[in-house]
Design a protein around this ligand. Sequence first.
Ligand SMILES: [Fe+2]
Length: 297
Amino acid sequence: MSDQRFSQHDIDHYHEHGFVVLENFLSQQELDDVYDDVERLLPGWRYAVDSTLLKPDGWQEPPERATNPRFPFPGAGLNGVTFHPELRRFAATVTGHDDLFCEQSDLTYKCQNHSRDADQNMHMDFGNHTLAYPSSNPKFWQTAYLIYYTDVTERLAPTAVCSWQHYKDEVHWPAIHSRQQRPDLYENEVLMTVPAGSVFAYSTRTYHRGTKFLGEGGRVAHFVTYAPKNCPWLGIVGWPTQGVRGSFQRWMEQSSLADRETIGFPPVGHEYWTEEMVRGVQARFPQLDMSPYRSTE
Ligand SMILES: [Fe+2]
């Protein structure tokens, strides 16, 4: 296979440590397509790669106003990364099945002195990704990705992560610890210093934290998370709330069957698809090819 972007060693590392770094995962073309989108969403973002430029307007907004741009995005770049076949194949490989749902796709940006520029406490992410507790059974694992679109050096707020090897067989609640409470998690942390286009893949059972900027600069990154399908207790968003956006209609009409299904659209052959439903969905999305849904009698 020519376009495999991870190895069995990466899978083994994930199973052993609860995370893996996939350096230079994206191609230059994929990154350029992403930058076209980022330019539209965050004009002035290039400060993140050249701190001699001006910071973009709005980067200092208070947290309640600084919302992350969320899927669907205006162009093809960020939407393409959301459904990147190799991100999906990675999640399918670590969990042992491909029955997956995309439960998150948020662009994130911060810079020195931004409201999100903080030395975070060590935490797991499951608090807002599940109503329950993250399962130890790989079949139910959520696979989270933080995809870095700009270089991350030690000065540019690298994510810190602590391997599973340092906290086996514990119940994690609360799943956040200060340095004073659990110095071992901090002493064993590893910093994700990576070039643009790299991916940090981690579990909702993995301790990690954001670190503070140590100098001028910024960071643009993308949170994408896959979860097993048909587990309504899992997920950070409900995609139907995006349904009123123009970008949703545009994406729907251009998306593949598989990508639509990955955000929960009724699959081909589902009993939902009556002639009336086909007509209704066609009316809502006039450019959508409904023929696969029609021919299920
Ligand atoms: Fe986190």
